[in-house]
Design a protein around this ligand. Structure first.
Ligand code: MTE
Ligand code: MO
Length: 547
């Protein structure tokens, strides 16, 4: 019989307990680190570290709060966080030992920690259930790491016990085993099992600390910018918009609201992480083919006579019937005024706008200079500062052009140039250099596949061709004759128009189609075109069953 016993490694029962405690602390680091990293995607509000702290503050009875403040003074927040840190280490170490001795109670303790983090996150002001995903993913990762590392620790322990037993049997004890150590029960930790445990615990722990710390710094910045944003009071518009008149809206359940609330406004961008731009550090530079380079701070922008305009924004990727469109009340400053200060040179025909995240859009210079086009450097959206994901602190809005060639969010530079020399982000990726919005119409209600009761059914929706305007909308049922829909009043060519057709519905399954005609008299064509390279085309159609 030949047994290979390599040099032994000590593993006393107390050492086992120590390693289990270490695994517990590592799993807590995994919970926090993973949650922090996931928060990069689901929003900084998902970060549990401060959420739990502030939950504790909320729940603490006033007497405790006063006691803590009395003892620690203005250092009370640092004291709270230190105390939390110590508690997390102690409890998670205990969870590790518990998982070794009484599984699955250690895992349960870590799981409860994840649940507390989840509750803390979703109960913070402004947070949503979506932000809570970070705590859930973190909790699951922590539980998995604890379970796996305790299993590996168990394997190491068993292998060490076997090796120790062999080493203490004189007959087969090889010369390499230290007899004293073996007798003390300290011996024999076969390197393979030992390494399996240590690799998992150390790699998981170190990765969580490093990635978690990095993510925490980024989340702290975006939390800080979010806090700055909520404190901004925008100036009143020097040129206010008229309130939306009653005649511009149609009261039919299910129709798109004329102004799209910010929370429901579609979002399209290439940013994995919403850029955090501190307005105090923001500047806009007008560069390129200009007589005078212009530089503008946020305070200078707010000091200008701002204008308010309602405009509908649309994405070129919107499919026929799609929802990548919304209308907002924008507050901003006309870009043509800034260009007039910069004085573009002869030959220039494009403005390449650049976002802080590197995205670019190429917009015809003539559109931005046109006094009849309300191309704006916007700071406000529906009465508040731009939401972070819609370009805070400053973005462009150009009625009549798809977003990809005009609506640069987090904009920091306007370079006056030529289409023959520069390209926006999407142009080399297969989309047209110029993107005027196409005429389109959409049925909002009933939803396709809906079942409705026979009688009068309101078919309603929106139609748009920003900056041109919509003149009429028609509806047809089952390829029958086109019937005129009733249009709401148009408040400007830059916004969509609501329409309704009251249909005498008869039982059965029916196809309903819509088409619009614009102010210049052209009607939407039936032939379907996909979004690339310059916007979708075709009639929106739905099926309904009438009972
Ligand atoms: N920085 C930046 N700005 C951008 C984009 C982007 O990817 N990055 N996408 C554009 C596109 S394609 C559209 S349709 C609009 C969408 O604006 P919204 O997200 O506010 O609706 O933003 C535009 N501005
Ligand atoms: Mo877009």
């Amino acid at each position: 019989m030949s047994i290979d016993i390599r040099p032994v490694t000590g593993l006393a029962p107390r050492a086992i307990g120590g390693w289990a405690a270490f695994a517990g602390v590592v799993s807590a680091a995994v919970v926090l680190g993973v949650a922090e990293v996931v928060s990069l995607v689901v929003g900084a509000a998902g970060s549990p570290l401060f959420a739990v702290g502030s939950l504790v503050v909320d729940l603490a009875p006033p007497a405790v709060k006063e006691f803590v403040i009395a003892i620690f003074g203005t250092g009370d927040k640092a004291a709270l966080l230190t105390l939390m840190g110590i508690l997390i280490v102690v409890i998670s170490a205990a969870a590790g030992v518990l998982e070794l001795r009484r599984p699955p109670f250690g895992v349960i303790v870590i799981g409860i920690g994840g649940v507390i983090a989840f509750i803390a996150v979703i109960t913070r002001a402004g947070a949503t259930g979506f932000n809570g995903i970070a705590a859930i993913v973190g909790g699951v990762a922590g539980v998995v790491v604890l379970r796996l590392s305790i299993e590996r620790l168990g394997r190491w322990k068993r292998a060490a016990a076997i090796a120790a037993a062999i080493a203490s049997t004189p007959a087969i004890a090889p010369a390499t085993a230290t007899a004293a150590g073996a007798r003390a029960g300290l011996s024999a930790g076969p390197p393979l099992e030992r390494r399996g445990f240590l690799t998992l615990a150390i790699v998981a722990g170190a990765a969580s600390v490093v990635a978690g710390t990095g993510a925490r710094l980024i989340n702290a910045t975006s939390n800080r910018v979010a806090a700055i944003r909520t404190k901004i009071t925008l100036p009143k518009a020097a040129v206010p918009a008229n309130p939306v008149p009653a005649g511009a809206t149609i009261d039919v359940p299910g129709i798109s609201s004329f102004v799209t609330p910010n929370a429901h406004f579609y979002r399209i961008d290439t940013a994995l992480q919403v850029p955090s731009v501190d307005p105090d550090k923001w500047t806009l530079k007008i560069t390129g083919m200009v007589e005078n380079e212009v530089s503008l701070s946020f305070a200078e922008l707010l000091a200008k006579p701002l204008e308010e305009h309602l405009a509908t924004l649309t994405c070129v990727s919107n499919e026929v019937g799609g929802d990548l469109i919304g209308t907002a009340l924008w507050l901003g400053y006309p870009i043509r005024e800034l260009l007039a200060k910069a004085v573009p040179k002869a030959g220039a025909d494009m403005v390449l706008s650049t976002s802080i995240d590197g995205f670019t859009a190429g917009t015809p210079l003539s559109v931005l200079q046109d006094a009849g086009t309300n191309a704006m450097l916007a700071v406000g959206m529906n009465g508040e500062a731009l939401p972070l994901e819609h370009g805070f602190p400053v973005r462009m809005v150009v009625p009549g052009l798809y977003g990809y060639v005009s609506a640069t969010k987090w904009v920091v530079e306007l370079k006056v140039t030529k289409f023959s020399e520069d390209q926006g982000y999407w142009t080399p990726r297969g989309w047209d250099a110029k993107g005027p919005i196409k005429l389109a119409s959409r049925i909002d209600t009933p939803l396709s596949g809906a079942s409705v009761t026979a009688g009068t059914v309101a078919i309603a929706g929106v139609a748009w061709e920003q900056h041109v305007g919509v003149k009429s909308v028609e509806v047809r049922v089952d390829n029958g004759p086109w019937a005129k829909a009733t249009l709401a009043d148009s408040i400007s060519a830059d916004t969509w128009r609501q329409w309704v057709y009251r249909w005498p519905a008869t039982t059965g399954s029916h196809k309903i189609e819509v088409r619009a005609t614009d102010a210049s008299g052209s009607t939407q064509r039936q032939t379907h075109q996909p979004p690339a390279p310059n916007g979708s085309e075709g009639w929106h159609s739905i099926m309904v069953s009438v009972t």
